[in-house]
Design a protein around this ligand. Structure first.
Ligand code: IMP
Ligand code: MG
Length: 197
């Protein structure tokens, strides 16, 4: 993985209590270039898996996957439709929650369709497990998953994405769509959060 680039986030005045209270530094972990190269590799595998499909519905889990799904679908030489689903997540803390709720459901039907679920990070695995059970109950033709990042050491639910961009250690990461209390989604790379004294 890459390093060498850091960004310092200063303390912000309390805006409704949602901002991180301590200043932190973001150290680059995976560069934009490495992400792009990995997406190219994964897209060829996905194309092979779904070759001949009449339509692939790519389902992005909001909000963290929005940058990843945008780059991924542009590499897919397949008939693609895009839909989104939002499951409840950490809120504004760094703690995961076992209780998963669907905040926004798909717009389209997925019965007998080929589906690819796109997640930003599989951490404890509860979110993806819940979403997969829900989608399976709607009888899709083929249902597979891709996660940009995987933190296997944090897993609590028995689940693994079919394709994984990068397996990472137990670090809190931001960038490339992924946030810390809604900040840093617009960083072009993946970085890890490091609190300063
Ligand atoms: P899980 O249900 O514990 O697998 O949580 C998955 C969700 O938690 C991801 O889709 C992210 O939204 C969030 N998450 C997990 N790890 C991180 C992280 O390091 N930074 C930011 N969000 C994270
Ligand atoms: Mg998420």
């Amino acid at each position: 993985m890459d390093s060498g680039r850091s960004i310092r986030m200063l303390r912000q005045e309390n805006q409704g209590g949602v901002m991180p209270e301590r200043p932190y530094v973001i150290d680059q972990m995976i560069s934009a270039k490495s992400i792009a190269a990995r997406i190219e590799e994964l897209s060829s595998e996905i194309e092979a898996e779904y070759a001949g499909t009449d339509k692939l519905v790519v389902v992005g889990l909001l909000r963290g996957s929005f940058v990843f799904i945008a780059d991924l679908v542009r590499e897919l030489d397949l008939p693609v439709e895009v839909d989104f689903l939002e499951a409840s997540s950490y809120g504004n803390t760094m703690e995961s929650s076992r209780e998963v709720r669907i905040l926004k459901d798909l717009r389209g039907e997925i019965e007998r369709r080929d589906i690819l679920v796109v997640e930003d990070i599989v951490d404890t695995g509860h979110t993806l497990t819940h979403v997969m059970h829900l989608l399976e109950s709607r009888n899709p033709a083929k249902l597979k998953t891709i996660a940009l990042l995987d933190k296997p050491s944090r897993r609590e639910a028995q689940i693994k994405a079919d394709w994984i961009g990068f397996s990472i250690p137990d670090e809190f990461v931001v960038g490339y769509g992924i946030d810390f209390a809604q900040r840093n989604r617009n960083l072009p790379f993946i970085g890890k959060v490091r609190f300063e004294e």
